[in-house]
Design a protein. Structure first.
Lengths: 612, 612
């Protein structure tokens, strides 16, 4: 490909509002252009990288035995009603308006395709003999992101590989989950991404076993907890610390004592007045929720609004800890919302900011105590009296634990001890080593889920088992953000001058630079090198522009083609052409034919290395 | 690929409402599944065919020097406002509703991308030195079709190749138009389509030179006029007949005579009463329109509602002819609508159905006479009096022609003689041979347009010429319906048993059938043949299902893989495997290794033949 016939609008300007390296370089290197908030055009160079990622994903999915199909972007709302997600996902579902006709309001742009594939499954997968099968597509997805950001990391339209496996038993689901896990590892390695696999929450997808494939980078929007020994990794929603060790077993419990703390609502302010630390305080948070019809916990938690009986729940965490809403919902068995000030005042008898656990249990429906709170001694808390706190609060004495133990679990109907907090930096990992956890930001590039029968149950997708009985299909699902692969590659591989593409994603593998457009001999040699590389199947770009050498080198660094062959008067005088690698210092002068051979070998070697 | 691990849900049932062969076979062969009206999932076999078509299009566009990029499906309404198409295309634009936030109402799903590419062009194409350039994408498009039908021929979501070329002079536009014309011929030939190129109207796209690439088939939704000698072809909107020959130049003109024709509004009824033929009648149609601000004719005709001054227009065509709205709008210089009954009564003084040209010219703003009407003698028409017609109507005597000539043209401000009718079967073609025209139905698979400066003018997309002056970019655009390639291939290549794929689009090139799943030796040979063909780069499917031979043959015919290798007891006893071609009678038994070689050669030969 010749640069002059191509379209690479590089720019020196750093786009305003862009802070992530991938975002800045995406725009500066002419890979993409924003059309609207969270909506990008892929310019030729960006599209080449995106399609390379797409092809790697496709090749590896095919190799893993998955079968490709393609579902539409426009999907009928009726299917989303069957699973209830028309309502539960309404904040991100883009719906079509009725200006062309009422029929259009029955359509929604799919942000994911569980409903659609399950509809296909119930139509065609009738017998266990057809199972297991893993159906996938690489297709555009649409999400009504309220605040899209960071270039192509969080957008309203994106390319996704989504796969859905169907099973008649858990054994084959386990096996396919492992198959996909291994396939994802291969995919991300081939793409040159330094990825980490973490345990994850399933969220709106449902199911209970789930892993995310993360690329650690400052630009990431997800938080991951990794143990220092790298044995344990989980996303923040899921990550747990090792259970706390029991406190000293002495008898010296301080007495409850009220302290006047006028206007001190925040933990820091209270600590200043009481002369204590946040880790010695108990935060008392009041929630309201709606108990589900069935008391059995189920990961498919109903939204607060759709059930009937309103309940009051109090959650206790240490003053230096934050509530984890996912864990809290699990412990409560229902979705919860922070109570409004009126309810808080009614429950505590005080203004907001002065709640404490003592004496509350009779006024509420459920008390959920974080494990770390159970081992506190002589803690401080709100006094349930406006402008007052108390010191000397002791769990088990001043509020019930229903057990003096420290492990997680359920202690009766009303009082629950559980892990309901986010881990913090330095927490011991929940593994034998108790290696300290560290929190890092990451880009989620892949996510795999064991869904179970969530969708097949609600949509009536069954197949006949060996005995001729209809059983709900058991499902797994497996997603990869293709655009994010590209962005994560840039985040992981760049320097101050531009991108350093992994060979497998590079829009072009080799850049040939004719240094001086007036030098006919150099131009001729450059063109020959280009043509021979192209004939050898190498993706090669020839910079044949009528520009200064310095300008060309700056653009070369910016667009980040891994290998470079420079042809100029100087190199020819020194015996040939100069071969360099992007991001490395080494230079080598060799005859043009040797350079073609050498560069071809380097490309193949690097691609093989990534694919191993 | 092994059938048992794959997903090909064939069915014997002919889907209700499906009449087109491509529609029926699409569903029966398990290529696609309808998700909602005009919205299809491509099942694995259908997706493979679709992607083969897509790849052929991409390869040929690349070879032609076009540069691929990818624009989003979600596009901002602001760009559509700039060209006025948010209003003029409002009947097919799918807009996003505001349920996720008001921002979403600013988005529309692109049915075509002139506005988006012109926005990219005005951002980056600043100098004539960057031109010409042809930017293309292969991407989903969305259209709010009121009545989608015929399977994937007319859908609400479809895959399209759309290319847009930019120029600073007409010479390079002409050259690129020819380049695309030739490229389209290559593409459709490679896809095995028997296509015809026809002159076309540009319609909503704008511009004046335009060609459609048509595949003739009964299932087509477009009408094409082709001369018997195949020299002339145009779509119905565009097709013209040769001008009429002047009538006899004698002096015997009949007098106008009123005839009582109570209740006879339709042409046939009137003819019955008058004892004449439709071809001797003049149909008098009354329209209303809004004159454009500028009187200059311009293909970018404004909608009737957006301008100010309302006018009344009368159009005359022969009783056996139909008005062509495109031609009428051109002749009138504005968009027209049929007048309401009140206006008709006001103009004619009679109820609807009794209008005639005599005496009307003073009551209207414009009289447009079809060329064929000018050569009528002693014709019949409405009497402008309820329940009466007249005979002996003579053009030039009873209504003005402003010239006795027969050629098209403009005769003064008020009276216009022009070609404003649809051609009919048997009309002489407008070429020297006057070969008779025949009307045929066709599928439009491609369409190329010279757009000129329609979009660059309204969006202010200019580039600097050699003298440093800003000039509007000159544009061409070039579309291909990728799904339609697949449907047209099925329409053109099938028999009563199923599809007969062209080799280039075939989901698999070779089908190996192991006839009896209990016959281990045959199974082993079939597997070996499959593996060796796959190793040779052939797309091969192995029917390894535990089904009866007859069932397998029926499915084989249905899914239409071009080459078949059958392995059974009988063939092995006869010395090997049986090689057949779909749709042909010939059978050949040969040793397995020879069959692999033979079949590989046949595939390559056929692909080369199509690509020539």
């Amino acid at each position: 490909m010749k640069w002059r016939k191509y379209f690479i609008p590089t720019t020196k300007e750093t786009p305003k509002d862009a802070t992530a390296a991938s975002h800045i370089l995406l725009l500066r290197a002419g890979l993409a252009r924003q059309l609207a908030a969270g909506i990008y055009s892929y310019l030729p160079l960006g599209l080449r990288a995106l399609r390379k990622a797409e092809n790697i994903v496709r090749e590896e999915m095919d190799r893993a035995g998955a079968v490709e199909l393609r579902m539409p972007c426009l999907t009928p709302t009726t299917l989303w009603e069957e699973t209830g997600r028309l309502e539960t996902m309404s904040d991100i579902l883009l719906r079509i308006d009725g200006s062309v006709g009422d029929w259009a309001t029955g359509l929604v742009l799919g942000p994911t395709h569980e409903e659609i594939i399950t509809d296909i499954a119930r139509a065609y997968l009738k017998s266990y003999k057809q199972l297991p099968i893993n159906l996938y597509q690489i297709q555009l997805k649409f999400r009504g992101e309220a605040r899209p950001k960071s270039g192509v990391l969080r957008t309203r339209e994106f390319l996704m590989k989504d796969a859905y496996s169907f099973h008649h038993d858990l054994e084959t689901l386990d096996k396919e989950y492992e198959n996909m896990y291994a396939t994802y590892c291969r995919i991300f390695k081939r793409c040159g991404l330094p990825y980490t696999v973490v345990e994850a929450e399933s969220g709106a997808m449902g199911g209970d076993v789930s892993h995310e494939f993360m690329v650690m980078t400052d630009a990431g929007e997800d938080l991951v907890a990794i143990s220092e020994d790298r044995v344990y990794a989980a996303n923040l929603e899921r990550a747990a610390a090792a259970p706390p060790e029991a406190g000293q077993d002495d008898d010296t419990f301080a007495e409850l004592e009220e302290v006047h703390t006028p206007g001190a609502g925040r933990v820091e302010d209270v600590c200043a007045v009481l002369g204590t630390q946040p880790r010695q305080m108990i935060k008392t948070l009041i929630y309201t929720g709606v108990a589900p019809a069935s008391s059995r916990f189920d990961s498919d938690v109903a939204p607060a609004s759709s059930r009937s009986e309103a309940v009051r729940v109090v959650a206790l965490v240490r003053g230096d800890h934050e509530i984890n809403e996912f864990k809290l919902a699990k412990a409560a068995g229902m979705m919860l919302e922070l109570a409004d000030p009126e309810t808080i005042e009614e429950v505590t008898g005080a203004l907001v900011g002065f709640a404490g656990p003592q004496g509350l249990v009779d006024k509420i429906d459920k008390l959920i105590i974080d494990r770390e709170v159970t081992v506190l001694r002589d803690a401080a808390s709100g006094a349930n009296k406006t402008d007052y706190h108390v010191t000397g609060v002791n769990p088990g004495r001043d509020f019930p634990l229903d057990s003096a133990g420290t492990g997680p679990g359920r202690y009766g109907e009303k009082v629950v001890v559980a892990d309901i907090r986010n881990v913090v930096d330095g927490d011991p990992a929940p593994i034998e080593s108790r290696s300290p956890l560290h929190l890092r930001t990451a880009i989620e590039v892949g996510h795999i889920f064991m869904l179970g029968t969530k969708y097949s149950d609600s949509m009536g997708a069954t197949c006949l088992d060996k005995n001729g009985r209809a059983r709900p299909l058991i499902m797994g699902c497996y997603g990869i953000g293709v655009n994010r692969i590209m962005a994560a590659a840039i985040e992981s591989h760049h320097d101050e001058n531009g991108i350093i593409w992994p060979m497998s994603l590079a829009p072009f593998e080799v850049l040939v630079i004719a240094l001086d457009s007036k030098d006919e001999r150099a131009n001729k040699v450059a063109l020959e090198v280009h043509d021979e590389l192209a004939a050898a199947g190498i993706d090669v770009l020839l910079d044949d522009r009528d520009e200064r050498a310095g300008f060309k080198f700056k653009d070369a660094d910016l667009i980040g083609i891994p290998l470079r062959v420079v042809v100029g008067k100087k190199s020819l005088a020194a015996g040939g052409v100069e071969v360099t690698e992007r991001g490395k210092e080494s230079k080598e002068i060799m005859p043009p034919e040797a350079a073609v051979e050498h560069v071809t070998k380097l490309v193949r070697q690097e691609l093989n290395k990534l694919a191993q």
